[in-house]
Design a protein around this ligand. Structure first.
Ligand SMILES: Nc1ncnc2c1ncn2[C@@H]1O[C@H](COP(=O)(O)OP(=O)(O)O)[C@@H](O)[C@H]1O
Ligand SMILES: [Mg+2]
Length: 411
């Protein structure tokens, strides 16, 4: 049969096929294994990817946190300090406000720019963050510098004796120094004006500067102490330096009690600072003894609390009281301030002077301005007696209140 005839061939074929099958099966198994491995590898890779995604997120969060922290640090307040001393690898600073001294270091690029008295900004950990420019404009603000004020003695009412005294002690030595050298006496160096607020101390100082043709340097003691904390002594130095450069000059120290008050000697760091300013002031006052072309005028409302060191002979040549104006003086002051006002015929400044007992020069000026304002409000062409009376009430209060007030003051 055909079956038997093909049998050997079939066997061979079968065998071949079987071999082929087992080869393919092997291959298949290998491939399956490989697929399995790849699958595992893929799983692993996927896991790794997942992990790194997670850690990426974690890092992003960390970056975000650091950014915030950085911004916060930048916003942290910096403190002011002044360089006291510079060594090879250290710098000694004094912190403003508390006046504490400490030693720190700084990168070379900062170190080489430092000098004694350089002002720097430091952070909480006392590291120098920035070098600050010299505060020229800050100083300019403390001293109101007027080359020669335009106010004259004619603008000062009722202080004839005081004007005379200040002319001798301040104006004359500046305008005619030879009078003093010829006679052989040392010219006076300064005066202290004391009296209640608004009595014309500042006015008088400005008028003298005008007649002396001198530079007028105005410094306020309270600003020196309250506004320029930690810089007071340096400012005093700068002010007198400027006075020397711009001589002849008058240094006017208003509210000197803020710097030179006995009340400040309480041992706190704030008072240490005030004392330093005061010491510098005394040093400057003693220092220009030999120079005739710089004069000091100081003013205070509170001579009672002034440091005796300031009142010691040799510091101020004259101590001049600027009194509250009496009736005669009040009339003169009213005349000065009403000089350019259009007054109605019935207005008697004499009468107004009589009705303003206890008013200071500044208050009399305010009364004149207020009377003028009353007329303007009405659209009137002249200032009437009624305008003045209303102004007096407004500035000084009712007459009865005033009597109460003065009673209280003297009780
Ligand atoms: N004796 C005076 N004569 C004229 N005006 C005066 C007089 N006293 C004060 N004044 C006016 O009051 C203003 C403030 O006075 P001010 O000189 O600052 O007083 P003080 O310095 O004593 O506190 C002056 O600018 C001036 O207009
Ligand atoms: Mg004043």
């Amino acid at each position: 049969m055909s079956e038997s005839t093909i049998a050997p061939d079939q066997d061979t074929i079968l065998e071949t096929i079987n071999k082929r099958i087992s080869a393919l099966e092997n291959e298949n198994r290998a491939l399956a294994e490989e697929a399995e491995t790849l699958k595992i590898e893929r799983e692993e890779a996927r896991a790794k990817l997942f992990e790194s995604l997670i850690s990426n997120k974690k890092y992003l969060r960390e970056v975000e946190r650091l950014k915030k922290e950085n911004a916060l640090l930048r916003r942290m307040p910096l403190f002011l300090a002044t360089v006291v001393e510079i060594g090879e690898d250290y710098v000694m600073l004094r912190q403003h406000g508390n006046n504490q001294e400490f030693i720190t270091s700084a990168p070379p690029e900062i170190m080489q720019k430092l000098e004694p008295n350089t002002r720097v900004a430091i952070n909480n950990s006392l590291t120098i963050v920035r070098i600050l420019e010299r505060s020229v404009d800050v100083r300019a603000k403390t001293m109101e510098l007027i080359e020669a004020p335009s106010l004259t003695y004619d603008d000062v009412g009722g202080l004839d004796e005081q004007v005379q005294e200040i002319r001798e002690t301040v104006e004359l030595p500046l305008t005619k120094p030879e009078l003093f050298t010829d006679i052989g006496i040392e010219p006076p160096r300064g005066v202290l004006l004391y009296g209640l607020p608004g009595t014309g101390k500042t006015l008088l100082a400005k008028a003298v500067a005008h007649h002396s043709m001198a530079t007028f340097i105005h410094m306020s003691g309270s600003e020196l102490v309250h506004k320029f904390i930690g810089e007071g002594a340096q400012l005093v130095r700068d002010i007198f330096q400027m006075a020397r450069e711009k001589a002849p000059s008058i240094v006017f120290i208003d509210e000197i009690d803020a710097v030179g008050s006995i009340r400040t000697h309480d041992g706190t760091t704030g008072s240490a600072e005030v004392n330093r300013t005061m010491m510098q002031l005394l040093a400057e006052m003693d220092g220009f003894r030999e120079r005739g072309d710089i004069k000091i005028i100081a003013a205070t409302n509170r001579i009672d609390i002034l440091d005796p060191a300031l009142l010691r002979p040799g510091r101020f040549d004259r101590i001049i009281e600027i009194p509250m104006p009496n009736e005669e003086a009040r009339l003169k002051i009213l005349q000065i301030h009403a000089k350019n006002m259009k007054l109605a015929g019935e207005v008697s400044l004499e009468e107004m002077a009589g009705a303003t007992d206890g008013a200071s020069g500044a208050e009399l000026k305010a009364i004149s301005v207020e009377a003028g304002m009353n007329a303007i409000r009405k659209g009137a062409a002249q200032v009437t007696k009624e305008d003045f009376e209303n102004a007096i009430c407004k500035v000084l209060g009712d007459e009865e209140d005033r009597t109460d007030e003065s009673l209280r003051m003297f009780s």
